[in-house]
Design a binder for this molecule. Structure first.
Ligand code: DON
Length: 565
């Protein structure tokens, strides 16, 4: 070998070591001041304008949320609920808002069972009885009263314009509406507005929503009052009354969003701050991170069979706990501190074997006291002052219950399906859940939404979250691992193929490109079953570099956009 080859070979080796595992779909958006990342380019631009007008990250998040209610009707909403986790740069504190839906007062444990005690799944998923009392408007208003800086009307105004003047329908929205035509045809108001009475809304059409514009105008002018006590409340109640729904005026009036302490923990050198109950997100995420901290993931390698095996094993254990222990904290005594402790993770991993999958049937929850729709949406915002806001919001299934409130122009959620209709019976995400999450009047159904902020050296480092039902928590987990353990850039971390396990069914669900053949063979040899799914999650994330540059990483799995300045 000639002497000239040595430097060439060294250079090739160096490139192999330092280059990404595969190219990212694009470069993240670099912003020196603020950045907004959401599933809709229109909504991200709305948020950017709010930031440029001097609004902070909370202001921008509220405006994005309202805009998504217009341009992303499968998940953006005012008829649903969600969670917001905030890092406040001025006080260096984090807090969270819970605006999860509540079961109406007339709800009761066995409301979705027939006379023989069998579950009627359609009842909790489609139509008027599937909805909880919506929390979104109350949640955004609470966030604004505590942390907003711009006038409230300014934050709602862009969504009014989008609803009134219309916006150009993208290919994906036209397809998504068509694919929901069975669900939306159940309700004449939904059919008229969202399916143009069967003529369908085509790519490039201008989509105007005059009823929704009027509803939003009332909210802009008067805050949440019309929604929970006034004109919109009347429309909701009348529609419910006429169609066998349960939500009453008292239910609406009784609703309030709640300021809650987020769940906190650490993973290696990073602080993790995420949503606590009634979301399971933060608890399950920390349980998994605590278990994984015990293994040298970076040595085992990104998506090697060893790593995927470990991920699946910790996912199955944490999801078993979710099923057993978690529910609305206002209705249960939840063993949260024990579940998220490092000591508990140690005991949970004691029987974890590197060479063999633990059958889920052999796992019941630990001893702490001793087809899926991809519709929900997450957006991340960081502003010039360094405030960070992670918001995940949903009407549960794509287009929720399929019901549009007559005269008000918005879709209602089918969040009641997130309760356990009957212990042991899977909900629409295949989740088996227990008594802690049974239905009761005024209770909030257990969620998997995981809006999360990560800090490093005491400073805001990442803002993350995702839709995807139970896959949400595992998506957030993997974005964090990809950055922390595998050294991926934030865009690579978001793009990277994902896997999912939720205890039951006992199967690893993997994106098509997640495993090479030898990897899946090695996993099957350990006893894992594997199923392929086209897409898992939609994790619009932000990472702040040490030099302060904000990197906005939209997830290529949707028509997402990062808008920054
Ligand atoms: O709160 C929850 O966990 C679910 N309602 C979220 C639903 C969801 O993410 C749907 N998207 N795939």
């Amino acid at each position: 070998m000639g002497i000239g080859f040595v430097p060439v070979i060294l250079a090739i080796l160096l490139t192999l070591v330092s280059s990404p595992l595969y190219p990212a779909s694009r470069q993240p958006v670099r912003a020196h001041h603020g950045v907004v990342v959401s599933a809709s380019p229109i909504a991200s631009d709305v948020g950017l304008h709010v930031l440029k007008d001097g609004g902070n990250a909370v202001d921008a998040s509220i405006a994005v949320g309202f805009a998504l209610a217009v341009v992303y009707p499968s998940a953006g909403n005012i008829g649903g609920g969600g969670f917001m986790v905030i890092h406040d740069a001025h006080t260096d504190k984090e807090f969270s808002f819970d605006f999860r839906e509540r079961a109406p007062a007339a709800a009761y444990r066995d409301m979705y069972l027939d006379r023989d005690g069998e579950v009627i799944p359609r009842l909790s998923r489609v139509g008027y009885r599937a909805s909880g009392v919506p929390g979104t408007v109350a949640g955004y208003y609470l966030a604004w009263t505590r942390n907003g800086t711009l006038p409230w009307e300014r934050l709602v105004a862009p969504s009014i314009a989008l609803a009134e003047e219309g916006f150009e329908v993208s290919y994906s929205l036209s397809q998504s509406l068509k694919s929901a035509s069975d669900l939306l045809s159940n309700c004449s108001e939904s059919k008229r507005i969202f399916l143009r009475s069967g003529k369908f809304i085509q790519e490039g059409d201008l989509f105007c929503q005059p009823e929704l514009a009027r509803t939003l105008r009332l909210i802009a002018e008067l805050g949440p009052e019309p929604f929970y006590e006034g004109e919109i409340a009347n429309l909701i109640f009348n529609d419910m009354q006429a169609n066998g729904g349960l939500i009453t005026k008292d239910d609406l009036e009784d609703y309030s969003a709640i300021l809650r302490e987020p769940i906190r923990g650490s993973y290696r050198d990073f602080e993790i701050i995420s949503m606590g109950p009634p979301s399971s997100g933060g608890v399950v995420l920390l349980e998994m991170l605590n278990m994984l901290e015990r293994f040298p993931l970076s040595k085992l390698g990104f998506n090697s069979s060893e790593t995927i095996h470990l991920k699946a094993e910790v996912m199955r254990r944490a999801f078993a706990d979710r099923a057993e222990f978690l529910g609305d904290p206002d209705f249960n005594d939840l063993p949260i501190q024990r579940l998220v402790s490092k000591e508990y993770a140690r005991s949970w991993t004691a029987d974890l074997r590197p060479d063999w999958a633990t059958p889920s049937d052999a796992i019941s929850a630990g001893q702490p006291t001793a087809q899926i729709s991809e519709q929900t949406t997450h957006f991340s915002v960081v502003d010039a002052d360094g405030n960070g806001v992670a918001t995940t919001t949903t009407i549960n299934g794509s287009y929720g219950s399929g019901i549009t409130i007559r005269g008000a122009g918005f879709l209602m959620n089918n969040e009641m399906d997130d309760f356990s209709s009957k212990p042991g019976f899977p909900n629409s995400y295949g989740l088996i859940q227990g008594q802690a999450n049974s239905i009761a009047a005024g209770k909030r159904p257990l969620s998997a939404m995981t809006p999360t902020v990560v800090k490093k050296d005491g400073k805001l480092f990442m803002v993350v979250g995702s839709p995807g039902g139970p896959t949400i928590i595992n998506t957030v987990l993997q974005v964090i691992l990809n950055v922390v353990d595998f050294g991926l850039t934030i865009q690579e971390a978001v793009d990277a193929p994902r896997v999912h396990h939720q205890w039951k069914p006992d199967v690893i669900i993997a994106e098509r490109n997640a495993m090479a053949r030898d990897v899946s063979d090695a996993l099957r040899a350990r006893g894992h079953a594997i199923e392929i799914r086209n897409s898992i999650g939609d994790a619009h994330s932000i990472l702040i570099q040490p030099d302060g540059v904000r990197l906005g990483a939209p997830d290529p799995r949707s028509d997402s956009k990062a808008s920054g300045y």
